[in-house]
Design a protein around this ligand. Structure first.
Ligand code: PYC
Length: 325
């Protein structure tokens, strides 16, 4: 029997270096306004009025904590092929490059774009994706920069931790594993030790009022360890705002790292940085110079489409909008 209050969401799933993206391409007719206003205004509207879309498709039982959502809307700028609002298990993201790579490959899969260069709008700016049929995508990200070098935070149970604060489309605290006995955790992929440590660092940053520019919340943490083989220059562990770790090397995080390497004179235009994730999937990055310490990060990775689905959301399902803590 059909239920008039049953709702549907049409989604395309992909993964980029192991990190999932769920692109929402269709939603009920009573959800309105997501195709007008700036991308930031649309993100606010989604959060304030239609947060059930995020929680239904990302949280269990229809989704899972590691998944990132990407709502596809009409771009404000007609030169762009799409507008995208990213979200996760707990809220809304600024930018997301593994997600952009997943979106680009999903749009190609749907026949909505062809191979080549395409502009995609996000709440924090326009990025350019160069897509090829193999699933490889190179993204020119928003301008990125290091905001503070060697900031210190006192982390209960761990001591003083030093790291750079940088913008790569999200705010990151970037710290070296070697500086505080964490090298073995990165080397042996000790996810639970890395997660406990990461949560403590992010909490300490918030408690001690350490932020990005203009009070921007530092909601992503990157811990860098040595590369474990010749294929990369470094391996990272990235803790995301929903307290899940990024299975990919994190594109906005790689952008933040490129900005720090550039600011330290360790990476020049034309040189390539190969960032491995904790799963050893790799993003390659280069910098283009802008004013001062600002750069345009160019980040490449590969995504695969994993599914096309119509999520069914019956009104009588107690978990229709996800299991929420
Ligand atoms: O790839 O930028 C990224 C990202 C952000 C959060 C998860 N992945």
């Amino acid at each position: 029997m059909s239920n008039p209050e049953q709702r549907y969401l049409q989604v395309i799933d992909s993964h980029t270096g192991g990190e999932p993206t769920r692109m929402v391409i269709d939603w009920p007719e009573d959800v309105t306004g997501l195709d007008t206003g700036t991308m930031m205004e649309r993100r606010s509207l989604l959060a304030e009025r239609y947060d059930w879309i995020r929680s239904a498709c990302i949280n269990e039982p229809r989704g899972h904590d590691a998944m990132v959502g990407a709502l596809l809307c009409k771009p404000v700028n007609p030169d762009c092929v799409a507008g995208i609002i990213f979200f996760n298990n707990t809220g809304y993201l600024n930018g997301c490059l593994h997600g952009t790579i997943g979106v680009a490959v999903s749009l190609l899969h749907l026949g909505m774009i062809s191979e080549g260069n395409h502009l995609i709008e996000t709440p924090v700016g326009t990025v350019e994706a160069q897509v090829d049929a193999s699933g490889s995508v190179t993204v020119r990200n928003v301008p990125s920069y290091r905001y503070r070098r060697a900031a210190q935070v006192d982390v209960p149970g761990y001591g003083v931790v030093t790291g750079d604060i940088a913008w790569g489309g999200n705010w990151f605290f970037l710290t070296e594993a070697d500086d505080h006995d964490f090298a073995p955790a990165v080397k042996y992929k000790n996810i639970s030790a890395l997660t406990s440590y990461g949560v403590a660092v992010v909490q300490a940053l918030a408690d001690q009022g350490i932020t990005g520019a203009d009070g921007g919340e530092i909601d992503h943490l990157e811990i860098f360890g040595e590369a474990t083989d010749e294929a990369s220059d470094s391996r990272n562990f990235v803790l995301c705002p929903g307290l899940e770790y990024d299975r990919s090397p994190c594109g906005t995080g790689t952008s933040a790292k490129l900005a720090c390497l550039y600011a330290d004179g360790k990476l020049k235009p034309g040189e390539t940085w190969r960032q491995a994730s904790i799963l050893d999937t790799i993003f390659e990055g280069q910098v283009e110079e802008l004013d001062g310490e600002q750069i345009t990060p160019i980040v490449s990775g590969t995504a695969y489409v994993t599914g096309e689905a119509k999520l069914i959301i019956p009104s009588e399902d107690p978990f229709r909008y996800g299991i929420r803590p």
